[in-house]
Design a protein around this ligand. Structure first.
Ligand code: SF4
Ligand code: SF4
Length: 422
């Protein structure tokens, strides 16, 4: 694609990066069928190629309007278009740049500004998120139906295999150590996932230590185009994680694939900061979603599972692969083979590359599109009659729970439960 970037951006780092990305797009349109918003709305401006044109116009200095902002807002940042693109266009990075520039030029109405401000001030902070959740649950009956559906229930159905379990974080006893970054909202919504992961790792000879001093990975602020806040979170976490790296942690492990993709990006996000660039790059290189870590530990995992063979009845599981896992981290088929290796039967799920509509704050900021995507995702997951749904990211997990009566859990809880049954 030919470009002629405007003076205001041409010689900036963002301008140079955006220019390179724009030039890599050859307009072929192979990304269109992969795009959930194009599938739903049928408008080229709600497709990757259409949004790339809109961002090109913005970067070339043409007027940018609320309509541009609307089409960029409707993007889920699912990055399915990147998986489908034969030219390797880094659409997600271009969108970050395009959204930030649009945000500077198009003022939002007061209500939308207030909502985004509240999300930015509350969701990434565990104490505030817990307080808001408790308040919303208490006031559930008074909320409008659309908002009520967004409040996670306090008691959720648990898969039979997990009932009566309360995993405990084991004491560190192995020479091999990893640091487990626990995240922000996950503790409030599904507190068992990280202790179950620590137990699982303990069974295969790896101790997981808590990432003291860390907080939200910055992804939620990143989604809201609050880039300064996202970078501040990244710097705080690099400082805290670096102490663990120096103490010998061999990897930084996350159980939320969206957060893993964010931390894996710290090296890129902080590359221009001389005080952080080298450490951030090292942190990113050491970052693993739990599926990536276990994929490299198949011998230990198989041996541990064999020692407990037949301990629990295998279940029929529908696995939802989060976009952050399959498109951002490019991890495909790994969780599925770990689950089948542990005796679970995977049910057929059509359109498995399609987003569930959770997408960070998308379910709150774009409720109608999000609800439509949730409906079709739940339909696809339930079609082959699973006993439960498993996924790999807390946002997807909470979102799916709001759309199905089936139990929804993190897949790692199922493996940990199989191992604990020995
Ligand atoms: S598939 Fe890639 S190169 Fe083709 S239009 Fe989409 S982004 Fe551009
Ligand atoms: S990130 Fe997802 S929603 Fe956005 S343009 Fe790409 S495929 Fe479409």
């Amino acid at each position: 694609m030919q470009t002629a970037l405007a003076d205001f951006v041409r010689d900036t780092p963002q301008g140079r990066e955006a220019n390179e990305i724009l030039r890599s797009c050859v307009h072929c349109g192979f990304c269109l069928p992969a795009c959930p918003t194009y599938q739903l709305l049928g408008d080229e401006l709600d497709s990757p190629r259409g949004r790339i044109y809109l961002m090109k116009q913005l970067l070339e200095g043409e007027p940018v309007t609320a309509r541009t902002q609307l089409h960029l807002d409707r993007c889920l940042t699912c990055r399915a278009c990147e998986s489908a693109c034969p030219s390797g266009v880094r659409y997600g990075r271009l969108l970050d740049i395009g959204r930030a520039l649009t945000e500077e030029r198009v003022p939002r109405p007061p209500g939308a500004r207030a909502l985004r401000y509240l999300l930015h001030k509350i969701v990434p902070w565990p104490g505030r998120a817990r307080a808001l959740l408790a308040l919303a649950r208490a006031a559930r009956g008074l909320l409008p139906a659309a908002l009520r559906a967004r409040v996670p229930a306090a008691a959720v159905p648990r898969p039979a295999l997990l009932q009566g379990r309360a995993p405990r974080w084991p004491a560190a006893r192995h020479a091999r150590r990893v640091v487990l970054l626990e995240g922000c909202v996950q503790g409030a919504l599904a507190a068992d996932i990280n202790p179950a992961t620590a137990q699982l790792l303990d069974c295969i000879g790896i101790s997981a230590v808590r990432a003291a001093g860390c907080g939200c990975c910055g992804m939620l602020d990143h989604h809201l185009s609050e880039h300064a806040a996202a970078l501040a979170a990244a710097r705080r976490n690099v400082d805290a994680l670096w102490r663990h790296v120096e103490a010998g942690a061999e990897a930084i492990v996350l159980t939320a694939s969206a957060c893993a993709s964010m931390v894996a990006d710290y090296g890129h996000l902080l590359r221009a900061d001389p005080a952080y660039a080298a450490r951030a790059a090292r942190i990113s290189a050491l970052t693993r979603d739990i599926s990536q870590l276990l994929a490299a530990e198949t011998n230990g995992l198989e041996a541990a599972l064999q020692a407990r063979a037949g301990a629990a009845p295998p279940a029929r599981v529908a696995f939802h692969a989060p976009c952050s896992l399959q498109h951002a981290l490019q991890v495909r088929g790994v969780v599925e083979s770990i689950l089948t290796g542990a005796g679970f039967t995977l049910t057929a799920v059509s359109d498995g590359q399609r987003c569930c509509g959770s997408a960070g704050t998308y379910s709150i900021l774009q409720p109608q599109l999000s609800a439509e995507l949730l409906r079709s995702k739940v339909q696809a997951l339930e079609a082959d009659r699973p006993e439960l749904i498993a996924t790999a990211n807390i946002g997807c997990l909470a979102h799916l729970r709001s759309g199905t009566a089936l139990p929804v859990c993190h897949w790692v809880e199922l493996i940990a439960a199989r191992l604990a049954d020995g």
